[in-house]
Design a protein. Structure first.
Length: 311
């Protein structure tokens, strides 16, 4: 009996195989950004400083971002009618099972934390909006419950945000057959990248100067960690044998080199750091350019890693 071992898995060679398209990197990007928003809004709520109206409303951003991301993921599913099977059981060894349940936990926790952070007038606006769907009384009851357990909910929101951010990287990292993804650093890398894009998302809105400074400091910290993790990620590939060197070659002289260095390293990391330091130290007026560059870099990182990993 002859045994045939096929090592390649590429749509370019075997067209019948499914390849991940734009839906997966968009899902990973929005999930990571939602995680960053959850972490930072929790930390903002724990501060004693008065929060701006925008910062209070931004607590509702995470479930919206997750919903759009899950919509993109749903488009990629081959058997869309079977999506409910993710929630029919829980498998400890399956990252997708962990991710499915983490995503479901995002909704009740983020909504309760957001309701607890609203002022009385904002809460009335939220209840008036919910009343259109017959949920006005439920919204008031949920806010009363959230205010009673606000501190615990904030810490829970923070923990789920960290779990969501790490999961977006682990989803790729567990697919060891792809040399570019076979790294334990993808989880922490996607977490800090999500924290950076979450901070950039917050900076797009009318925060107070203190809140803007808070988001900028976290963005700079996240970018610094992201640079370090990217360096360790590439070094790990180069020193990881023939397969790792080949995967590293995709980003270091290969077909994805220009996009990686121009969009991720320069536009998404180096320029935002320079601009944020100029804004804070030279007191330049804050603009949308810096957060926009961070968001472009974060999205490009996920597109490049997903596409290059399937090359």
């Amino acid at each position: 009996m002859n045994e045939l071992d096929v090592a390649r898995h590429s749509r370019m060679i075997d067209p019948h195989l499914h390849i991940w398209g734009w839906e997966i990197p968009v899902y990973l990007f929005l999930g990571g950004m939602a995680a960053g928003v959850m972490i930072l809004t929790s930390l903002l709520a724990m501060r004693k400083d008065e929060r701006s109206p925008a910062a209070r409303w931004l607590g509702f951003a995470a479930p919206v971002l997750v919903s759009v991301g899950m919509g993109a993921l749903f488009l990629d599913l081959a058997y869309k009618a079977h999506v409910w099977r993710f929630y029919a059981a829980f498998r400890w060894t399956s990252p997708m099972s962990w991710g499915s349940w983490i995503l479901m936990l995002v909704y009740p926790v983020t909504l309760l934390v957001a309701l607890a952070g609203l002022t009385d007038s904002q809460a009335e606006q939220a209840a008036a909006f919910a009343r259109r769907f017959g949920l006005g009384a439920a919204t008031r009851a949920a806010r009363a419950f959230a205010q009673r357990y606000a501190a615990r909910l904030r810490w829970t929101n923070l923990a789920i945000g960290i779990g969501l951010g790490v999961y977006t990287g682990i989803l790729l990292g567990t697919l060891g057959a792809r040399a570019l993804w076979a790294s334990p650093l993808l989880g922490p890398l996607f977490l800090v990248s999500g924290l950076s894009t979450g901070a950039a998302f917050l900076m797009l809105f009318r925060l107070s100067p203190e809140e803007r400074h808070f988001a900028t400091r976290w963005d700079l910290l996240a970018i610094g960690l992201e640079v370090l993790l990217l360096l360790l990620f590439v070094v790990g590939l180069v020193t990881g044998g023939a397969a790792g060197k080949a995967a590293a070659g995709l980003l270091l002289g290969g077909p994805w080199t220009a996009e990686f260095w121009s969009l991720v390293v320069v536009a998404g990391l180096a320029l935002p750091v320079a601009l944020e330091l100029m804004e804070s130290r030279l007191h330049f007026r804050a603009t949308v350019v810096t957060p926009a560059l961070v968001l472009i870099g974060g999205l490009a990182l996920r597109f490049i890693l997903v596409a290059a990993g399937q090359a």
